[in-house]
Design a protein around this ligand. Structure first.
Ligand SMILES: Cc1cc2nc3c(=O)[nH]c(=O)nc-3n(C[C@H](O)[C@H](O)[C@H](O)COP(=O)(O)OP(=O)(O)OC[C@H]3O[C@@H](n4cnc5c(N)ncnc54)[C@H](O)[C@@H]3O)c2cc1C
Length: 507
């Protein structure tokens, strides 16, 4: 049996990122990908597409090139069929079945196998439904047809946008009101790229968005050849003015994706949150039941679900990096990397990071930077991109002794203002943005939140003070009066021991 310290299942964007960091660290790793081999070029994504929303094929070409150019250790055409766990065998805790035999084992296993299963509705008449993966993508098949799409996420609207121009009408139905990503500031909610059909709904009628719980539906094929939808709940399908009363030529279910835990004997024990979607994991990405089993890519999104960008490529590239640093500490006894700077660089360093770090920008509310101040040497130590949820173990990851834990510290992260993001919020209202530094604490758009601590941080709520840097749509926090001076004043007071006043509720 082959043995590696680390194995990664899946060479999608999440697995590739993990493989990249493992290779950089010089670890003994191997990746497994059930699909076939890639081909090759030069790795800036701008070389692949000039589009703001590039075609999905550009991403695939990019990923293939990324794997080739970084020379990652990937076994293509190799499906991991089963994983077994042996807690008594430290070096070979996980055994992986390939083509019917246990051929590989490892101490640490990273599952980056993605959300590979389509969810399906368990309703009477579901044999009449088309599904996202099997439906025809030829608009001609929808000409003059009445179509019901069950689901109101990006995939549902992607389908609606591609056919609504030729249909009789398209209806989209789901339990909850629409969640526009520009209102919720969550990438997983409906993006602008697929929402033309909403224009048609509001300006032309016929195409419509409806609310009902589809798990209560029954679909029957009538003598008229149409699919008729009834519900055991509410009157949407029964009232004589129901938009659904004429039935549909096609009903397409598009109710999301979930991870496939069937590689684990009996499934992964603590799985499927929320709504059977993600494995439940600890804040260090590790499974509770199987020490040594970690999750990467969009499988780790339960940690920031509906909050940040960890379910998406632009977000989990940074959580994969954080996971590699967590593994470095737990398995290789390496502390979280840090750099030392002179204290007179503190303001500039923090505001430059606030302006330039893409990690704390993309993973807002999830990743932070930590500065630990040493007044005796007049220096500070700077730790980048640390998961906020793991601050309770910061001293462990930074390998600090008890004396170091007593040092004053600063945490820099980004977030939206409170009570600004959510379905139906008025994000275009006249009071949406704050322009006066005196009002910076009321900033609404993504802006730096700087937390001050008397000791090394354990959780954000224990900060003695939080300073909001005034929001700025250019994301450059270098305005001498708007950004720099107010922060300098707070920092001067903090460093000279003057008590800063704030309400606990402001934290
Ligand atoms: C319509 C649609 C639009 C999307 N748009 C976006 C978007 O705009 N931005 C975005 O960030 N995300 C988007 N996503 C989600 C996107 O697919 C994921 O963000 C991304 O692919 C997740 O990466 P991953 O590496 O975690 O998993 P995946 O990309 O799913 O990769 C998992 C890999 O594991 C392999 N694998 C699985 N099981 C095994 C096994 N047992 N053995 C060996 N190999 C295995 C699979 O073959 C696959 O290559 C979209 C998804 C859909 C369906």
């Amino acid at each position: 049996m082959d043995m590696n310290d680390y194995c990664i299942v899946g060479a999608g964007p999440g697995g590739l990122q993990m493989g990249y960091f493992m290779k950089q660290n010089g670890w003994n790793y191997k990746m497994f990908e059930k699909e076939s081999t890639p081909d090759n070029e030069d790795l800036l994504f701008t070389k692949y597409s000039n589009d703001y929303f590039p075609h999905a094929d550009s991403m695939l070409t990019y990923l293939n090139d990324y794997a080739m150019m970084n020379d990652l250790n990937i076994m293509y055409n190799t499906e991991i069929e089963k994983v077994s766990y042996d807690k008594m065998n430290d070096k070979c805790r996980f055994k992986l079945q390939i083509m019917g035999a246990m051929k590989q084992c490892c101490k640490t296993l990273v599952m980056a196998s993605g959300m590979s299963q389509l969810k399906h509705l368990n309703i009477s008449g579901n044999e009449h439904l088309d599904s996202y993966d099997k439906m025809s993508t030829n608009p001609k098949d929808y000409e003059g047809k009445s179509v019901l799409i069950i689901g109101k996420g990006n995939s549902a609207f992607e389908i609606a946008s591609s056919i609504y121009g030729v249909t009789n009408y398209v209806h989209l139905v789901s339990r909850n009101r629409l969640r526009m990503s520009w209102e919720t500031h969550y990438t997983g909610d409906l993006r602008g790229v697929s929402n033309e059909v909403l224009d048609a709904y509001q300006l032309k009628s016929l195409d419509t968005v409806l609310e009902a719980d589809a798990s209560k539906f029954t679909v029957t094929k009538g003598a008229d050849g149409m699919l008729h939808v009834t519900s055991s709940e509410g009157n949407l399908t029964t009232r004589d003015s129901s938009p659904m009363r004429q039935g549909y030529d096609k009903v397409i279910e598009c109710v999301g994706f979930q991870w496939d835990d069937s590689v684990f004997e009996g499934g992964h024990p603590s799985t499927m949150y929320p709504e059977h979607t993600y494995p439940v994991i600890k804040t260090d990405f590790e499974s509770e039941q199987y020490p040594g089993l970690y999750f990467a890519g969009n499988l780790a999104h339960s940690l920031d679900y509906r909050k940040s960008s960890g379910g998406f490529i632009h977000g989990f590239r940074y959580t994969a990096k954080a996971l590699s640093k967590i593994l470095a500490r737990k398995n290789e006894d390496k502390s979280w990397p840090s750099m030392d700077y002179k204290m007179d660089k503190l303001t500039n360093h923090l505001l430059t990071r606030a302006s330039e770090s893409s990690a704390i920008y993309q993973m807002y509310g999830y990743l932070c930077d930590v500065a630990v101040l040493d007044k005796d040497s007049n220096m500070f130590k700077y730790y980048e991109e640390f998961p906020i949820k793991n601050l309770k173990d910061f001293a462990y990851y930074a390998k600090m002794d008890k004396t170091e834990e007593m040092k004053p510290s600063i945490v820099l992260c980004k977030d939206y203002g409170r009570n600004f993001s959510g379905p139906g919020m008025d994000v275009f209202g006249p009071s949406r943005s704050v322009t006066s530094p005196d009002e910076a604490a009321n900033s609404k758009y993504l802006h730096p939140w700087i937390y001050l601590f008397n000791n090394v941080p354990k959780c954000l709520k224990e900060a003695t003070y939080v300073h909001h840097v005034l929001e700025d749509s250019t994301y450059t926090f270098d305005g001498p009066m708007s950004h720099v001076k107010p922060f300098e004043m707070v920092l001067d007071k903090f460093l000279s021991g003057v008590k800063l006043h704030m309400m606990k509720s402001e934290l």
